[in-house]
Design a protein around this ligand. Structure first.
Ligand code: FE2
Length: 184
């Protein structure tokens, strides 16, 4: 990818987004989440969308013109007042995808910003829209969230084997146990 970001409208099937969102909400209800220091009031979950990462990979490779390894994924149930301060991601997030899954219908989707080529880009992603960005190189952030809730998934890839998790290995090479399946 030449530029540091790309917006892909309708990249993820809307029904799939809805199912992913319901899955996150169910996990929140069951108390199966954690809080992390980056977004302290929004439940987060790690590596529950492995199957989605593999499912999107061929189309993303075509779109970007390179081969990718799915390295890692996480997701959040954003709550009112959340903020995401400007930061870059770790090396495993070389190619990052942020996908809006669903949000409360009283508000618009919560914008994410990236700093690319001396320009601030505001990305307003509706359900199924994706922001692709070079996660480990590109500053990204969100201003305080005024909506009630929004579910978001982050799917990460790397073009370089160095960035594959040394403890987990290549996600696609192991039989990663995941409850969520793309095909129901
Ligand atoms: Fe990030």
């Amino acid at each position: 990818m030449k530029e540091n970001h790309k917006i892909l409208k309708n990249f993820v099937d809307k029904d799939l987004c809805k199912r992913m969102s319901d899955f996150i909400k169910q996990k929140v209800k069951q108390d199966k989440f954690y809080y992390d220091p980056q977004c302290t009031i929004s439940p987060a979950m790690e590596n529950i969308f492995f199957d989605v990462g593999i499912h999107l990979k061929p189309r993303l490779e075509k779109e970007l013109g390179c081969t990718l390894d799915h390295t890692y994924n996480h997701c959040r149930y954003y709550r009112t007042g959340e903020i995401l301060r400007p930061h870059k991601d770790k090396d495993q997030c070389e190619i990052a995808l942020s996908v809006t899954l669903d949000y409360d219908d009283m508000h618009k989707p919560w914008p994410i910003y990236v700093y690319d080529n001396n320009e601030i880009i505001k990305a307003e992603l509706d359900i199924g829209d994706v922001l692709v960005y070079k996660g480990s190189e590109t500053l990204h952030w969100r201003n305080p969230f005024k909506g009630t809730w929004q579910t978001q998934a982050f799917i990460f890839y790397a073009t370089d084997e160095r960035f594959v998790d040394p403890f987990i290995g290549k996600l696609e090479d192991i039989n990663f146990v995941t409850e969520f399946k793309v095909d129901g």
